[in-house]
Design a protein around this ligand. Structure first.
Ligand code: ARG
Length: 384
């Protein structure tokens, strides 16, 4: 007799494994389903084969409604780390992931999979960072912030564990990893592992003087991967950047680096006159600088026009394969020049399919009913 949790896992496992066999044209579906059923019956869970894991993570990317880069879902590589639990060993595995993915700028999409959540709801491994590379944010006593305001809470966690940053606007944060006991382990990231791009502008020499930079590899480390009823709370993954993520959002948002007033001023624009569109003009200049600098250094990056075209191609490919793409319009449409990209003029169904990636509660906050019951992936949030 399966428990209700077991029933739930079995139901999801059956759906996933059936799809896996169909899409990969593998034999032995009924044998595999029987094995999985027995395994859930005796252990409360089941173990994915390597092939299921690989196809499962690719499906999870393919199902990520907010991602415009999904044309490349088949290129995702897996580092199978399901036997790694000691935080120091996790850190070593993450270093390998970062180096392999960076590939001296020719970025390769990759995901590392650490052990799944146990049937009792315990997490064998958690990575506390939102991304493996992020810049610290220091709240100033006088108000305001040095660095990335989105990272002040995590930065405070690092400091409470004894970490001290240099205090610049671009201090790379250390990793915090906990094992089954939940005790945080602090691991400074070796500087040489973090590829960064110094931002300059092809026409404006003053731009480099702003001292801006960004890192090469967006490597999200705090989401929960769900495949066939199994939750992987530590499954960090990376692709490459779309220029507007950096040039519009990270450096431009008023709640982030808020650089548009400074850039507009350097451009000699009148920031009091709304009609000169100084924010818009500063945004374009900043995005030019991001594109130019990443290209100059040979670091993979896509611009929003190419990304939009690629996404429309992804939709066509999926239609040929007999699948309908689900997507979140507000996230797919780029944050600048929306209506000159093709995706703007489309409507999307935002139904969430699994396998997929879900938000988790911050590792340093206690679990509450509102931030996700460990057993039910349905209650894991897809919105913040
Ligand atoms: N928007 C996030 C950032 O700016 C990264 C999200 C993932 N992006 C990606 N291109 N894979 O850091």
């Amino acid at each position: 007799m399966l428990s209700s949790v077991g029933e739930r896992i079995l139901e999801r496992a059956t759906a996933f494994i059936t799809t896996f066999h169909q899409e990969t044209e593998s034999d032995g579906l009924s044998d595999r389903l029987a094995t999985v059923r027995d395994e859930i019956d005796s252990t409360g869970t089941y173990v994915h084969t390597g092939a299921e894991l690989l196809h499962g993570v690719r499906m999870a990317w393919r199902n990520s409604n907010r991602c415009i880069g999904r044309l490349y879902w088949r290129s995702l590589s897996v580092m199978d780390r399901r036997n790694v639990t000691d935080p120091a060993d996790v850190a070593a595995a993450l270093e390998e992931h970062l180096v392999w993915a960076t590939n001296e700028g020719r970025i390769r999409p990759c995901i590392s999979i650490f052990p799944p959540q146990r049937p009792d709801g315990g997490d064998p491994v958690r990575i506390w960072n939102k991304q493996l590379v992020r810049y610290a944010g220091y709240d100033l006593p006088t108000g305001g912030c040095v660095g990335d305001p989105a990272q002040t809470s995590f930065t405070a966690q690092c400091q409470s564990l004894g970490w001290r940053g240099e205090g610049t606007r671009f201090d790379v944060l250390p990793w915090i990893i906990s094992g089954a006991d939940g005790v945080p382990y602090l691991h400074p990231v070796p500087r040489g592992l973090v590829l960064e791009v110094v931002l300059s502008h092809p026409e404006h020499a003053w731009f480099e003087g702003l001292g801006l930079r960004w890192y090469a590899v967006p490597l999200i480390s705090d989401m929960v991967l769900e495949i066939g009823g199994i939750l992987y709370p530590a499954a960090p993954f990376n692709g490459w950047y779309m220029s507007t993520e950096i040039g519009a959002r990270n450096l431009g948002d008023t709640t982030r680096y808020d650089l548009l007033p400074l850039i507009a001023e350097k451009m000699g624009l009148d920031v009091k006159a709304r009609s000169v569109l100084w924010r818009d003009r500063a945004l374009v200049l900043l995005n030019e600088a991001v594109l130019y600098s990443f290209n100059r250094d040979g670091v993979t990056l896509t611009d929003h026009h190419a990304a939009s075209d690629q996404f429309l191609k992804f939709i066509r490919n999926e239609e040929h394969a007999g699948r309908e793409v689900t997507a979140d319009w507000a996230w797919i449409v780029p944050p600048i020049s929306g209506s000159v990209t093709g995706v703007f003029h489309r409507a999307f169904d935002n139904t969430i399919h699994t396998p997929n990636f879900f938000y988790n509660h911050d590792a340093w906050l206690p679990r509450t009913a509102s931030n996700g019951c460990p057993f039910h992936v349905d209650s894991l949030r897809q919105s913040e």
